[in-house]
Design a protein around this ligand. Sequence first.
Ligand code: NAP
Length: 280
Amino acid sequence: MSRILITGASGTIGRHLVQSLTAQGTPFEVMRSKPVADGRTRVGSYDDVASLTAAFADIDTLFVLLPLTPNKLTHARHVAAAAKTAGVSHIVRSSGAGADPAAGFALPRLQGQVDEILASTGLATTFLRPAGFMQNYLSFMADMVRGGMIYGATADAAQSLIDARDIAAVAARVLVNPAPHAGQAYTLTGGEALTDSQRAAVLSQALGRPVGFTAIAPQAATDAMRQMGMPDELVSWMASLNELVSAGYAAGISPDVQNLLGRAPIGFAQFAAEHQAAWR
Ligand SMILES: NC(=O)c1ccc[n+]([C@@H]2O[C@H](COP(=O)([O-])OP(=O)(O)OC[C@H]3O[C@@H](n4cnc5c(N)ncnc54)[C@H](OP(=O)(O)O)[C@@H]3O)[C@@H](O)[C@H]2O)c1
């Protein structure tokens, strides 16, 4: 059986991917950037190509999850070099919707450049390109939900957010038998495109108290990100995301989740109902 290694295993997608693979009985190993004393975790850092080469030894199928950091392209080059040296056969990468090295917006352009670096290895590749995650409401948006008002520079435009559990379910499906997915790129969206106000209304319903949405100017969002100490690259990538959402480019609905899983994507109402405790 092919040996599978999961990177980013402690993250939003990775946590659910570990659960999905375990549930379907697929053996796998995980890589963490720092040692974990569980006897089954390999250590490898995207900052250190030699550590990646060692971590990828004997691995056939590699799930690549690169965090959104200013040195993402360097990390991608390190992964590509290490995967080739170590003899990996197939890379399955979680990328981003619209990834394209020629994209007019900075964030999908970056994701496309990363995909291109990995494809240039000549190894088999499969790219999962998810839309925005519903789980953002559990991370950087959670305090706003708790406070009853969500602020965003998205012009209240519709987005087809996806539940990270569906990304993980697709990844698990691909990893267990990657060959038919070689050379493929899948766009992973939810099954509905809702505006921020509509999602706030869904949250109000789930929580039984008002949650609203206030559209803010792009410059106000940029100023807030700078005040939080975000690096310039991240600020410009997130600003480009707000621009493309505001322009309506994040509202498309892809059939790929339905086709790959044989069921509809998880809806935002289900996500909200299942996570109410996080916002109490
Ligand atoms: N949030 C969204 O709406 C959205 C939408 C589309 C695409 N994306 C993309 O999805 C990605 C983020 O996914 P996520 O939210 O699942 O990730 P995440 O929760 O940010 O987790 C990042 C993972 O990267 C690992 N990591 C960090 N530094 C590392 C290093 N130096 N070496 C090795 N591993 C390292 C961490 O593991 P350790 O514990 O081992 O350090 C962690 O598991 C980004 O590329 C983002 O652009 C996000």
